[in-house]
Ligand binder design. Structure first.
Ligand code: HAX
Length: 434
């Protein structure tokens, strides 16, 4: 596989670069931790290295140095399409270079070959109670497949540390190939009477995913390509990325690590926010009598939500301090393809009123919308109305970034993570004496 050969060529120099950085700068300080940060979710503490992407509070995400508009322009597209192929973002995140059409085609073909879901996964998922949340099913499906791990087998047989990355790479390729199949299986089982749709070997990864979900509209395929690119990576500190990284650091294989990351993504302050946004908008619409509410009605509804002590889903961010460029990209898509959609109009009105209200409310450090404020309205438009499923789509995409990073963590021989915790008593002793 050319992708693997390319990776091999990158690993040697990168190992050397990291060794030299540690030798030259290893004892220098990049962060100091205040007591407030130790209690406050370690916000802003720089203590982890993550190669695939970097997040600037004002500019937003860059994937290997490329902004979202650059990625949309430069990555290869499906025939006749305008949006980037997710295979291309995986290549970029892993290798650090913009792939050619050929590079992307190789990944598509490789994932097509490896995509089939083992029967026992289907049996296991079918045995679950019907109301099991799709994210639980997704995480469980990934965990069930752990018995397939090549890394776990090779480690047991005896593997040198310098070779770890290779079976991890194979596990990652197998996992990424299977995730759309797993997600589509869960969707059709949960919402479409278990009427499964066989894959189409002619289609790209996202196109085939749309096909297996049962939505054949070419515009939806384009949306899914964009969606799977946009959600792929958001540096290393977010819960899904960090938990995948942390669990992987114990040399738990990629199946264990990704399943852990997906459990983190399932939280309403993180990935589940995408379902919460649509649930909240639809409830607002219903309570206000249907149709598109006025700005005044929306403002009142936002205040009512805040006054009940709840958050406005889709707004705020732990790092960003401006409108999320992933929101902007989705807004551009909506303006082009569904400008008259009712829910899109509500999403646009919310963009006009929520930031001002959050500023007046005075708590949120970032009053601007994040990625999750927009994604649901696009999915809904093309008929994907079962919003409990939305975080699974996010998970399929997030796997691209966190698994690319996992390969690099093993290639660079990063050790088990073990930050130091302290007690309140210890803190008091430091500053107040005993
Ligand atoms: N609505 C109301 N209050 C909000 C708020 C929002 N959207 N965002 C932040 N706040 C509140 C916080 O709850 C916190 O209140 P307390 O002081 O009472 O605890 C205060 O403002 C300060 O929080 P912050 O420092 O601005 O934000 P955090 O870094 O602690 O949290 C969150 C970041 C994204 C979790 C937060 O903004 C939030 O809960 N947003 C709504 C949920 C959401 O959209 N999550 C998805 C984020 C993007 C993502 O990860 N996608 O997967």
């Amino acid at each position: 596989m050319k992708l693997k050969e390319k990776l091999v060529k990158k690993i040697g120099p990168m190992r050397e670069e990291v060794r030299s950085v540690i030798e030259k700068h290893g004892d220098k300080t990049i962060s100091e931790v205040t007591v407030k940060q130790a209690y406050g979710g370690m916000r802003g503490v720089k203590c982890m290295v993550w190669e695939p992407s970097a997040l600037d509070p004002m500019e937003g995400i860059r994937f290997r140095g490329y902004t979202i508009p650059e990625v949309r322009e430069k990555l290869p597209k499906a025939p006749g399409g305008e949006e980037p192929l997710p295979e291309g973002i995986f290549y970029l995140l892993l290798i650090g270079e913009i792939p050619t059409e050929e590079d992307v085609k190789e990944i598509t073909q490789e994932w097509q070959k490896r995509g089939e879901l083992p029967q026992y996964i289907k049996d296991a998922l079918r045995a679950l109670p019907e109301d099991t949340h799709p994210m639980t099913q997704f995480s469980l499906g990934i965990l069930c497949m752990q018995r397939e791990s090549i890394f776990a087998r090779r480690y047991r047989e005896g593997l040198s540390k310098t070779e770890y990355w290779e079976p991890v790479f194979e596990d990652v390729m197998n996992l990424l190939a299977k995730l759309p199949h797993l997600a589509a299986f869960i969707y059709r089982k949960t919402y479409k009477n278990d009427e499964q749709i066989p894959p189409d070997p002619e289609l790209d990864w996202a196109g085939n995913f749309a096909h297996m979900l049962g939505i054949e509209d070419d515009e939806f395929k384009e949306l899914l390509r964009l969606y799977l690119v946009l959600h792929s990576d958001h540096e290393g500190g977010n819960v899904s990325a960090h938990s995948t990284h942390l669990v992987g650091s114990a040399l738990s294989d990629p199946y264990y690590a990704l399943s852990a990351g997906m459990n983190g993504l399932a939280g309403p302050l993180h990935g589940l926010a995408n379902q919460e946004v649509i649930r909240w908008i639809l409830k607002m619409k219903e309570e206000l009598g249907g149709g598109v509410p006025t700005k005044e009605q929306i403002s009142q509804y936002v205040w009512d939500t805040l006054n009940k002590g709840q958050v406005i889903p889709g707004y705020g961010h732990a790092v960003l301090r401006k409108t999320d460029p992933r929101y902007i990209a989705q807004r551009e898509f909506a303006l082009k393809h569904l400008p008259d959609d009712e829910i899109f109009k509500i999403v646009s009105l919310l963009y006009e009123v929520v930031p001002g209200i959050l500023m007046e409310h005075g708590k949120a450090k970032n009053p601007w919308p994040n990625v999750d404020a927009h994604s649901g309205c696009l999915l809904l438009h093309y008929g994907l109305k079962e919003y409990d499923f939305y975080t699974v789509l996010f998970g399929v995409s997030r796997a691209l970034g966190v698994l690319a990073a996992l390969i690099w963590s093993r290639a660079l021989g990063l050790p088990i993570e073990r930050p130091k915790s302290v007690t309140t008593e210890w803190i008091k002793q430091q500053f107040e004496g005993s």
